[in-house]
Ligand binder design. Sequence first.
Ligand code: NAD
Length: 499
Amino acid sequence: MTELPVITHWIDGAPARGASTRTAPVFNPALGAVAKNVLLAGTGDVATAVASAQAAYPLWRDTSQAKRQGIMFNFRELLNARKGELADILTAEHGKVTSDALGEIARGLEVVEFALGMPHLSKGEYSENVSTGVDVYTLRQPLGVVGIISPFNFPAMVPLWFFPIAIAAGNTVVLKPSEKDPSASNWMAALMTEAGLPDGVLNVVHGDKEAVDALLVHPDVQAISFVGSTPIAKYIYETAAHHGKRVQALGGAKNHMLVLPDADLDLAADAAVNAGFGSAGERCMAISVVVAVEPVADELVAKITERLKGLKVGDGMRGCDMGPLITKVHRDKVASYIDLAQTDGAEVVVDGRGIEVDGDASGFWLGPTLFDKVSTESDVYLDEIFGPVLSVVRVASYTEGLDLINRSRYGNGTAIFTNDGGAARRFQNEVQVGMVGINVPIPVPVAYHAFGGWKDSLFGDAKAYGPAGIAFYTREKAITSRWLDPSHGGINLGFPQNA
Ligand code: NAD
């Protein structure tokens, strides 16, 4: 038997094995087989990575904006030229199809391009002569070492939401990606080194709870950016805040798409299928509930069903529409909702179990699954299933649909499909959700607007990237200065006042 490759950490600009010998399997989900093992860092390994980042910080902070920008620009060029390699890594470890992997990289590249504007974006403000001979100005300075903890479903894009902005702003980074598909982070860190990034500015440690906890309590880590499921996001937010860190923690979702009776139902059906089943539903912005305002439900369900028949499921390298799920455990959990839906009285319109696939029989497959007349009391409706499962809930009016969406514990994304501008405008005003699409099913904001949900989809008040990213990775310093002039004020113990 040949030994499987071992994915190491990336510390101080080079692969590093660390001291911990614990490992976790990394699957090729389309083959259903372990392809590699990844090292799981212990507390000491995280401390080594943080020490490397801490040592690199003073020089990086003081490196000119022009030089930092040059390195980020090189990275942008290299990433763009070699995105095919990265897409192959994503497909091999996550399972998403090549076109989807390239889409994820494109959205990450957008953030790199945004970060290239750092010299302009991080400029301070200046007020001259606020008091006689006194000027006040603000600077935005980096924080120091920042930790980034990312989920399995976007192994390239989510790290790219954060590290380009953090690094362009002068911080140094320890990235802890998902242990389920860890290779993309090492690949990107090596590319940053190739782009000219000094050693220690971007480190990658792989691991599980032990590595995460080590980052959360480390005194030299100034801030934590987290993306993942809601229970872990809440834990991260509370623990990191308790240890005095700035923290942004993005959690899970259950995104509703409200379809009004006047909507273009072909457009709505296309959108529901694209947003429900792209990436096998493993997207935090996936649509998982279609809220059909009667009398459109029968026709809409028929149109969605028709489209599902044409979807090709299989190995992401073979030009299929939808790949496998991330692990067997996750696939089995997602599939268990089909029985639950039946028990809870829903109609199983399309059952994804046992579908024919263009791929190895051992892959973690589940075909597109559609439930109609789902009860809002059922866990099928309430849980974030995170798989290729779309539920239809029927309501009698716009107001009933809106109330349903606003009662959800999650508030990540939502969409309305309508041709009525007034209804859409009312929806954007009334809905309690952080990102809203109007005839757009996956309203992921572009890199120069911030990304983030409301309620249990985001803990804290800091969204990812855009202006919020600049604010998160810098802190403002206000300077009040007076250069000597002949008119000295003399002694005055009163509180400073302007004159
Ligand atoms: P997850 O919460 O299981 O893991 C996320 C990260 O936390 C990983 O790096 C993991 O190693 C770490 N982690 C897991 N358990 C931990 C624990 N007990 N203590 C400390 N750290 C722990 O999430 P996932 O399954 O990798 O990703 C899917 C989830 O992420 C979904 O809920 C999805 O909605 C969410 N997500 C949200 C967004 C968003 O922007 N809101 C984006 C992508 C994914």
